[in-house]
Every structure is written in structure tokens, then in C-alpha cells.
Design a binder for this molecule. Structure first.
Ligand SMILES: [Zn+2]
Length: 239
């Protein structure tokens, strides 16, 4: 391997940088559905509020319609009762009938009052529903623009991931097979740091201080030296 070691280490360091980017890209791709869902949340909430209010309004309007019908019946009853007054023979009958008319009028007044309350309630709810509809529309716009942004972002990431993958394959082709396998194993078991630079006599991977003899061997670049503690591949200087 002679000074091929230096070149191989340099390739591994480049591959490692790419792998970190690839890991980050993959994380972003994995996060995409969750981010989309998160962006949609305010719209879902606005829709739920609107739908619930609409259902309540429909319910109030239904009660109101029934009440209108009830009022109509109560109103029609009064002239009918009044028209029968002339048919009555005795004073007693007459008074009893007047009381019946009075009760019918009271009944009608009560229904009118209830109807008025329902109408007010319905009006307030309609105004509120219009407001909720515009909130929902605004949330819709916001979500669709955010969705587009996220989709564009993820598209760019997948394009750049494709390019990176090609570059990775080219570099990997120049690395000795066994060494690449060692690297891959270390990369996944050592949290994305398989090739670790020395800082003085300290391994950047595990932060342990290494014996001078080992440090000297790393600097010689005659063979791949691994850290005595974490077993990462060590390098001193790439320039
Ligand atoms: Zn180490």
C-alpha cells in the first residue's frame, strides 16, 4: 500500500463527509410526511371548527323553522276562535271562550318571543360562520403554499441525493474493498465517525489520549492505524 495509505484515507474522509450529508438528506426525507402533517394541522383545526359551527347553525335553523310553523298554527287559531264568539248562546260560554282566546294569544306571544331569540342566535352564528369560513380559506392558502415549499425542498433534496450517490460510487470504486467494508462497519457502529482525525495525540472520536508510539505510526502513513480505544481509523494530516 505504501503511500497509497494517505490517498485511501483521504478518499475515506471524503466518503465520510458524503455519508454525513446522505444521512442528513435521509433524515429530511424521513421527516417530510411529519412536516407536511404539521403544516396541515392549523387547516384541519379551522375546518373542524367551521364544520362544528355549521352543524350547530343547521340545528338552530331547524328549531327556528319548527317554531315558525308553530307560530303560524297559533296565529291561525285566534281568528278562528274569535269567529265563533257570535255563535255562543250563554254568558258563561262566552266568558269561557274569551278566556280561551286570551290563552291562545298568550301562547302566540310566547312562541313569538322564543322565535325572536332563535333568530338572533341564528344571525350571530351566521356571522361567526362567515368569519370561520374566511379563517379556513386563509389557512388553506397558507397550507398549500407551505406544502409547495416543502415539496420543492424535498424534490431538491432527492435530486442532490441522486448526484451524491453517483459521486459516492465513483469514490468508493477507488477504495480497497476490505477497507471500504471496515469503514462502513465503523461508520454505522461509531455514530458517523469512522475515520477520526488526531488532535495532537488525542483521538477526536473518543477523546482519549494515545501513546506517542501510536501517534508516530499514524503520522508515518505507512498503514492504516486504528485507535486503541474506539478502533476508529486515525489520520494526522491530509494536506
Ligand atoms: Zn478513539
Amino acid at each position: 500500500m505504501e503511500n497509497n495509505v494517505k490517498a485511501q484515507i483521504s478518499l475515506l474522509v471524503q466518503i465520510q463527509k458524503m455519508d454525513l450529508d446522505r444521512t442528513q438528506q435521509k433524515d429530511e426525507q424521513d421527516d417530510f410526511p411529519e412536516k407536511l402533517k404539521e403544516a396541515e394541522q392549523p387547516l384541519m383545526e379551522a375546518r373542524a371548527v367551521f364544520t362544528a359551527l355549521k352543524a350547530s347553525l343547521e340545528q338552530v335553523d331547524k328549531v327556528k323553522k319548527d317554531k315558525e310553523l308553530e307560530l303560524q298554527i297559533a296565529e291561525e287559531k285566534i281568528p278562528k276562535l274569535k269567529s265563533r264568539l257570535t255563535d255562543l248562546k250563554t254568558n258563561k260560554e262566552y266568558h269561557a271562550h274569551l278566556q280561551e282566546i286570551e290563552a291562545a294569544e298568550k301562547d302566540k306571544d310566547n312562541i313569538e318571543e322564543q322565535l325572536l331569540i332563535l333568530m338572533e342566535e341564528s344571525d350571530v352564528m351566521k356571522k361567526d360562520l362567515d368569519l370561520k369560513a374566511s379563517v379556513m380559506e386563509a389557512e388553506e392558502k397558507k397550507f398549500y403554499s407551505e406544502k409547495k415549499k416543502l415539496e420543492n425542498g424535498i424534490h431538491q433534496i432527492s435530486e442532490s441525493a441522486k448526484r451524491l450517490e453517483e459521486e459516492w460510487q465513483v469514490l468508493a470504486g477507488q477504495i480497497e474493498k476490505d477497507l471500504l467494508e471496515d469503514y462502513k462497519r465503523l461508520y454505522s457502529s461509531r455514530k458517523g465517525l469512522a475515520v477520526s482525525p488526531l488532535k495532537g495525540n488525542i483521538c477526536s472520536g473518543c477523546h482519549f489520549s494515545l501513546p506517542p508510539q501510536l501517534v508516530a505510526e499514524v503520522k508515518k502513513e505507512e498503514k492504516i492505524i486504528t485507535c486503541s480505544y474506539c478502533h476508529r481509523m486515525l489520520y494526522a494530516n491530509l494536506s
